[in-house]
Design a protein around this ligand. Sequence first.
Ligand SMILES: *Cc1c(COP(=O)(O)O)cnc(C)c1O
Length: 241
Amino acid sequence: MTIKLIELHQSFQNVQQQISATCQRIGRSPNEIRLLPVTKTLTAERVEQAYQLGFQCFGENKVLEAHDKYMLLKHLPIRWMLIGHLQSNKVKFVAKFIDEFHALDSLKLAEKLNHYLTLEQRKIPVFVQVNTSNEQSKFGVKPEQALSLIEQCQQFSQINIVGLMTLAIHSQDLVEVRRCFRTLRNLRDSIQKVYPEVQRLSMGMSGDFETAIEEGATDIRIGQAIFGARALPDNHYWSEK
Ligand SMILES: *Cc1c(COP(=O)(O)O)cnc(C)c1O
């Protein structure tokens, strides 16, 4: 193995170790938790290294960037998860290659995605993004709107709503962060009574994944803790363009 690969292997192991330790502490099995490496801003070569270490699903939040890497790594059985906001004019494009979508936040978007997935004869798992922190800057439906969106999505044959996704408040105050995750879990629990297939909770990133696991996360999206710090602040990636 090259030095770079050995270092990456070590970072993955450290994160997996933290996941296991958290699970052990609260009596969950680490097998319930899917670690999704987030590869935004990283090169295709870096993604390939992670693939060589045994990972197949990668989270990206910009459509064009994700597509570039998809094209470069088409020869590998990699699955691309779009975890960021999707603009309506890019739906046709993503329907061709994304394998999962974590940020559904409107009926119009669901309708359009379903339409283009139908043309592509593809069906994908989808998460509804919920704004649990009540911050203006965050995408996602209000918690009280999630059930009705899921209800209306039942008519769409090509999208399977499998869970909910959130970004917790960006804060040092873990009580506030935990409150966001708990809101998502409680919402999932109540939606599950009507739609038992809505099971997954996509929540937790580098700075807060242990809290997310404690609150029931099933899919954690981790970039910097594995690949090192990104140069730009997160709001750069979460903005509209
Ligand atoms: C970038 C990003 C992450 C990962 O953040 P890290 O701080 O790198 O772990 C998770 N979720 C979304 C939606 C992101 O855009």
